[in-house]
Design a protein around this ligand. Structure first.
Ligand code: ASP
Length: 346
């Protein structure tokens, strides 16, 4: 029996992992991919075929945008049949948004797409980048005995945890342990062994071909409520020309002020066709709109539940659905449905 050499395409978008310190200013600046590879000679010890593609110039992920997500999907789609898996090196700041967006854009994905990065540049002595990169490559190439991918999902691998991409949030600006998936357990834990959790990992139909999507509509906003929020501000925000959807971060299990003006503004907005999705400000847990009277008022105003969605996922899902020109009714329905493991419905 011929055993195929595992193959991985490494896509370098930018981020701290590849940065270098400017000797004059001390600021971290983007650097090229060869520099990054120079610092990981271990890659040669993999018995894999590893090819690479680099964004030129590399991006600090604060500059990430839907056009770059589309570029990533184009690269993956173009190379889909030639590699077992894909590793995307990405700045940590917006990695959770990119992972969420890609999970919707790569319909019928049956190969691993693993995003990773680091808190310290790969050229520094104590870097976390080396281990993240090496393990991400191993996961991207990992197969079951029947030849299917062990993790056919868009994931983030960071500091020993493999997480479903659309469930992740960056929670720490300095610790190596920078990402969490609060509402869904890790798909694998990495120690001496990589311990996968097959029951938590999606099982796609390998006979369905990859269907790439590219369109987004960015006429959306994330609104975080706080005690004392003003009527005029809510009114102005909900009347921004072109606004199509709002991710509203409410208190606790989906609660908001019960003031008459507040509910009226929301009701008028949903009557005008603006979609308002309720997610919690809490890092962990879900919205339950029928639980308290305040939540009931929101339901009556036409606000829909985002269940246990992360903000990153709710906003990218909305932009994705709006970009595909679906009707208001369809978008509301799909926001309430689990499309790719992004929410848990009670
Ligand atoms: N500013 C960097 C970025 O997101 C931070 C990082 O990579 O950790 O591109």
């Amino acid at each position: 029996m011929r055993v195929e050499t595992p193959s991985v395409l490494l896509i370098y978008t930018g981020g701290t992992i590849g940065m270098i310190e400017n000797p004059e200013t001390g600021a971290l600046e983007n650097f090229n991919f060869d520099h990054l590879l120079k610092h990981v000679p271990e890659l040669k010890r993999f018995n894999y075929r590893i090819s690479s593609y680099q964004f030129d110039p590399p991006l600090d992920s604060s500059d990430m945008e839907p056009a770059y997500w589309a570029k990533l999907v184009k690269i993956i789609n173009y190379n889909y049949d030639y590699f077992d898996g894909f590793v995307i090196l990405h700045g940590t700041d917006t990695m959770a948004y990119t992972a969420s967006a890609l999970s919707f854009m790569l319909e019928n994905l049956s190969k691993p797409v693993i995003l990773t990065g680091s808190q310290l540049p790969i050229g520094t002595l104590r870097t976390d980048g080396k281990e993240n990169l090496i393990t991400a490559i191993e996961i991207a190439a990992a197969k079951n005995p029947d030849g299917t991918a062990i993790v056919p999902e868009v994931c983030i691998f960071f500091e020993n945890h493999l997480m479903r991409g659309n469930r992740t949030t960056k929670i720490n600006a300095e610790n190596f342990n920078a990402f969490r998936s609060f509402n869904y357990p890790p798909l694998a834990r990495v120690g001496i062994h990589i311990k996968y959790e097959p029951n938590l990992i999606r099982k796609p139909d390998p006979d369905k071909p990859l269907k790439p999507h590219y369109l987004f509509d960015t006429n959306v906003v994330i609104l975080t409520l706080f005690p004392g929020i003003q009527e005029e501000i809510i009114h102005s925000l909900l009347h921004v020309p072109g606004l199509k959807a709002v991710v509203m971060k409410t208190f606790g299990s989906g609660n908001a002020p019960q003031k008459e003006w507040f509910i009226r503004e929301l009701k008028e907005a949903t009557d005008r066709g603006i979609i308002i999705v309720n997610i919690t400000q809490c890092a962990s847990g879900a919205v339950e709109m029928g639980r308290y009277e305040t939540g009931m008022h929101l339901l009556e105003a036409g606000v829909i539940s985002g269940y246990d969605s992360t903000p990153e996922c709710a906003v990218t899902k909305l932009m994705f659905l709006l970009g595909h020109g679906l009707s208001n009714k369809d978008i509301r329905y799909k926001m309430n449905s689990c499309l790719i493991g992004e929410i848990t419905k009670p």
